[in-house]
Ligand binder design. Sequence first.
Ligand SMILES: [Zn+2]
Length: 301
Amino acid sequence: MLYYHPIYSALALPKKHRFPISKYHTLYQRLNTCKFAQHIEQPEQKITRDALLLCHDSNYVDAFLAGTLSDKAIKRMGFPWSEQLVERTLISLGGSLAAAEFALQHGVGANLSGGYHHAHREFGSGFCIFNDWAVVAATLVAQQRAEKVLIFDCDVHQGDGTATLVSDRDDIITCSIHCESNFPRVKPHSDLDFALPVGTEDKQYLETVQEAITLATRIHQPDIILYNAGADIYRGDELGHFNISLKGVYNRDSIIIEHALTHHIPLAIALGGGYQRDIDHLIDVHQQTFLALLDNPAIMI
Ligand SMILES: [Zn+2]
């Protein structure tokens, strides 16, 4: 099952804002015309405050919910505060949780949002407010639906928020494959980090992905993989510095999907980053994840 809500793209942003907020709706429209149409649902529940507090500081959570964050904190977050932003954030994390719950039951689930890996315990950063995969992982462990969770992050930017949020836990494992010279400037240690140089091309990248997913699952034997399928590894991305082809993005996601299915590990997918002013081009990249899903004969969505 794929989870999507119109509010993902409904956020009102200043005209020249950097974030391609309409991409979620455009992707939804694209997927709605193919075999996925009957497999897209709205998340039924928002994430709860209690779930957020498993990973985030209560002062930060409450200030965000009430609209009392400082101007500096709002600037770092990257979005102007509004009631709509609160609603969108809570529903979006609800979508990531729903995708993980579906994956635990049926093998694979996806949220057409999420991947908010720059969100830290006490502040939001880089268009990320609350860290969906960290919160979902902590929720699944707290509810004893998983003993060990792997957060596997293939966004071109390092998963700094995720790394710090769960650094003291051995039941939530973090693995990040990213560009060594890119945001965030400070890159705290994940359990496994694979830092690749500017200009990395398909061959080296895909070998690294295969090595990383094999290593991470062999060592840690996770009960579920929470996957950040960032589209900003693509060579045409405006905030990424890799040289990965469209086919390379497809192959990356095929590797992850195939590995999860072969080893019978539930897989939940979040959309992750992707920044191009031409939204149709951007969706061509995000869509690779779903083409890879469709092309896998073993998939039950
Ligand atoms: Zn990114």
